[in-house]
Design a protein around this ligand. Structure first.
Ligand SMILES: [Zn+2]
Length: 359
């Protein structure tokens, strides 16, 4: 079994001076926790906030890419980059953790296919087309009416990514963008960190029809662990807690992560968030059950969103807790071969299909 998390925002935390080689306080992902959790590989997302555009976005993504590469080379006794499923499996054989690279928000590309080539060459293997605002590629589910789907450049980009063998990630996309991607992509697509809208109404989640269409095209949905996407009642509790208004504390920390006071303030906010009544980790399994029922066992996996979410489900505090979700699936009657598909097999298959069927 290869255990893979298809979406962690860890590069942004490296930029906040996290040392992945040690077990960090208030962190979701570092190498000791990955090892404890039995995780064999993870996609580290080069995340560019929607507010950052133009050349700043390009430089920001390159900075994160450099940080990931230097971290991996400094920790080469623990981890290695994986540019393909084969390399990921070979790393596991050598006892190494696989760092795979994704890019979240295509704004660093501007309107340049050449930049897509450049980032692909540098190891980026999926692109989450947008984040919380419409961009030059497509509409976001959080805004959503600039293009009514993909822009003309977005359509060219999807076809170009098919030719490169780069996975198109529809998480954060609007529903119209999703269907446009399905229409234009010749390769299977992935939702690297998305939940089911039938169980929680957030716009970030996928409807049953979207799940069916995704599966029919050979794609995969990777279930997100963020309590807001898992459970509507938590979303209400978070809203009513007033803690969302304290986001400036995280922004202050990002501005100067070397300031111990700012770090302490951020940790205190994380503690307040964790003190809210949170859904159990079993809620993740509810979404997996639903996605399996609608899309099929070959089209579901895990994309935690760790390090990008300020609060996690109860019992799933960080990536070292991964085994509890796999055990929960076993308790619910999943066969070992099915657990292996959800743990990483399905995503590796899609990755392999996208890379081998270069159009
Ligand atoms: Zn995201």
């Amino acid at each position: 079994m290869f255990v893979l998390d298809s979406h962690c925002d860890t590069p942004s935390q490296i930029k906040r001076l996290r040392d992945l080689s040690i077990d960090n306080d208030h962190s979701h992902v570092d190498f000791p926790k990955l090892k404890k959790g039995g995780v064999d590989g993870a996609f580290f997302a080069l995340y560019t906030p929607a507010s950052v555009t133009g050349d700043s976005a390009y430089h920001h993504a390159n900075e994160l890419l450099g940080l990931v590469r230097s971290t991996v080379s400094r920790c080469n006794d623990i981890a290695s980059l994986a540019m393909s499923p084969c390399e990921a499996l070979a790393n596991k054989d050598k006892g190494l953790f696989s760092v795979c690279i994704g890019m979240e928000n295509g704004s660093p590309l501007g309107e340049s296919l050449q930049r897509a080539d450049e980032f692909h060459k540098a190891g980026v293997r999926y692109l989450t087309l947008c984040h919380s605002r419409d961009n030059l590629i497509c509409d976001s589910c959080a805004q959503g009416s600039t293009w009514h789907g993909l822009s003309p450049f977005g359509r060219d980009l999807v076809r170009h990514m098919n030719r490169l063998g780069m996975i198109v990630d529809v998480s954060h996309a609007s529903d119209e963008t999703f269907y446009d991607v399905i229409r234009h992509s010749k390769a299977p697509v992935a939702a690297t960190h998305s939940c089911c809208r039938a169980l929680a109404s957030h716009q970030r989640n996928m409807t049953d029809d979207m799940l069916k269409v995704l599966a029919a095209e050979g794609g995969v949905v990777q279930i997100n662990f963020y309590p807001v996407f898992l459970d509507d009642s938590f979303a209400v509790r978070l809203d009513e807690s007033g803690l969302l208004e304290k986001e400036y504390i995280e922004d202050r920390f990002i501005e100067d992560p070397a300031d111990p006071l700012r770090r302490e303030e951020w940790y205190a906010l994380l503690d307040e968030l964790a003190a809210l009544r949170r859904p159990s980790f079993r809620r993740i399994a509810d979404h997996i059950d639903h996605a399996v029922e609608v899309a099929g066992i070959d089209h579901v996996g895990l994309g935690s969103d760790f390090d990008g979410i300020g609060v996690t489900p109860d019992g799933m505090d960080d990536v070292s807790c991964f085994p509890v979700i796999l055990d929960e699936l076993r308790d619910r009657g999943y066969k070992e071969s099915d657990v292996a598909k959800i743990a990483g097999g399905n995503f590796l298959r899609v990755w392999s299909d996208v890379q081998s069927s270069v159009f």
